[in-house]
Design a protein around this ligand. Structure first.
Ligand SMILES: Nc1ncnc2c1ncn2[C@@H]1O[C@H](COP(=O)(O)OP(=O)(O)OP(=O)(O)O)[C@@H](O)[C@H]1O
Ligand SMILES: [Mg+2]
Length: 379
């Protein structure tokens, strides 16, 4: 087991595309870190540089305190699991699992023990004589993971290992991978574009866009205190709503002027934004930060957004209201289900300011209220 460190690591491909731009990241010994971001943001390239499958343009990758930039993949003692599993089709499951150990000329009895241990952990002990084509997708996935486990490497690298599975199986395998990590505690770097997978699996998540790390932290930390608008919009379903508007000072208080409605900021937010009155900003509101009734945390009389329902999506206990305001045509409020709501109904949305953030304008605009959430949660 080992720590993996990236220091100012960049990758520019021959055509001139910079896939990874001066990335700094330390994955601690035994840690499970997830790289997440939209397609093309450089996740796989990062992983492949750690594995040694891709040359590093600049910077240094270290594994267990040793710079490995020029070390061939087979000497790095890490195991990678790919999306397509890459099993040997003509070999049985047993042989697939044993293959890498045979190459290392490990003793037959030791190989057998490792293969059977891994198979037991993964619940595939009764499949050892089958060939990959006679397995389901989930079983193949387990074999692919098993091949990584038997090697007892310093670190696991996973590149979207669950994306070929159907939704239900993905969730099951996700939990299984988490259990496996608790058991083995092997340093793991896991790549996905699925923010839910990232949040549920990672000790820490690293949110990337266009080769740049935008934020790195524990899942809840990144969710509750996003560094900027990109991160805020990427994590969470339905995504955060963004309203463009202006800060206005009135009677010693600070308000967000949405254009058609004015919302009072929380005292913790006012403090942080006091010298920004008059400036254009973006208010981010989580869908579950709005309710149609002024109850509990939604009771602020000045935290109200009048809106019109366009679509109601009933999900059971909760429903998503798609609403418009004269200024903002696409907002989503996730509320507890109510039978009496109708399409085209005019409603008032009561906003829980603890579920809001104020950003600078622009798609990557910085969060100007980092830390306010925590203060509000404690208040
Ligand atoms: N061999 C290559 N030559 C040139 N450009 C490449 C090469 N491999 C990747 N790229 C580019 O580098 C960028 C990052 O690609 P990468 O595969 O790392 O993205 P990703 O985050 O894994 O995306 P996805 O979620 O779609 O797998 C992309 O713009 C991609 O087109
Ligand atoms: Mg990829």
């Amino acid at each position: 087991m080992a720590e993996v460190t990236l220091e100012n690591v960049s990758k520019t491909f021959p055509g001139g595309v910079t896939a990874v731009d001066r990335m700094n990241l330390t994955i601690r010994d035994q840690e499970f870190v997830v790289l997440v971001g939209p397609s093309g943001c450089g996740k796989s390239t990062t992983l492949r540089m750690v594995a040694g499958l891709e040359e590093i343009t600049a910077g240094a990758v270290s594994i267990a305190d040793r710079v490995v930039n020029d070390m061939p993949p087979k000497n790095r003692d890490i195991a990678m699991v790919f999306q397509n599993y890459a099993l040997y089709p003509h070999m049985t499951v047993y042989k697939n699992l044993a293959f890498a150990l045979k190459l290392r000329r490990m003793k037959h009895a030791d190989i057998d023990k490792r293969v059977r241990d891994a198979a037991r952990v993964l619940g595939i002990d009764d499949l050892l004589d089958r060939k990959p084509r006679a397995l389901s997708g989930g079983q193949r996935q387990r074999v692919a993971v098993g091949r990584a486990i038997v090697r007892q490497p310093k670190a696991f690298l996973f590149d979207e290992p669950l994306s070929n599975l159907d939704a239900k199986l993905r969730v099951e395998m996700r939990a299984e991978l988490k259990r496996l990590h608790h058991r083995l505690m092997t340093t793991t770097i896991y790549v996905t574009h699925d923010q839910e997978e990232a949040m549920t699996l990672g000790d820490r998540v690293v949110v990337m866009k266009q080769g740049i790390v935008h934020q790195c932290g524990a899942p809840l930390e990144v969710y509750e205190e996003p560094a900027n608008r990109f991160v805020a919009g990427f994590l969470g379903t339905p995504p955060m709503n963004f309203l463009e508007g202006k800060l206005v000072a009135r009677n010693g208080n600070l308000y967000f002027d949405e254009g058609s409605a004015v919302i009072r900021l929380a005292p913790e937010q006012e403090q942080m934004l006091a010298d920004r009155a008059g400036q254009d900003v973006v208010l981010g509101i989580r869908p579950d930060g709005m309710a149609t009734k002024p109850e509990g945390r939604f009771s602020g009389e000045e935290n109200v957004l009048p809106a019109t329902i366009t679509v109601i999506e009933t999900l059971g206990q909760i429903m998503d209201l798609h609403v418009t305001t004269p200024q903002h045509p696409y907002l989503v409020a996730r509320i507890e289900s109510q039978r009496e709501l109708k399409d085209e109904q005019d409603i008032k949305l009561y906003v829980d300011m603890a579920k809001t953030h104020v950003f600078e304008p622009g798609e990557d605009g910085a969060n100007l209220t980092v830390g306010a959430h925590e203060k509000m949660a404690m208040a």
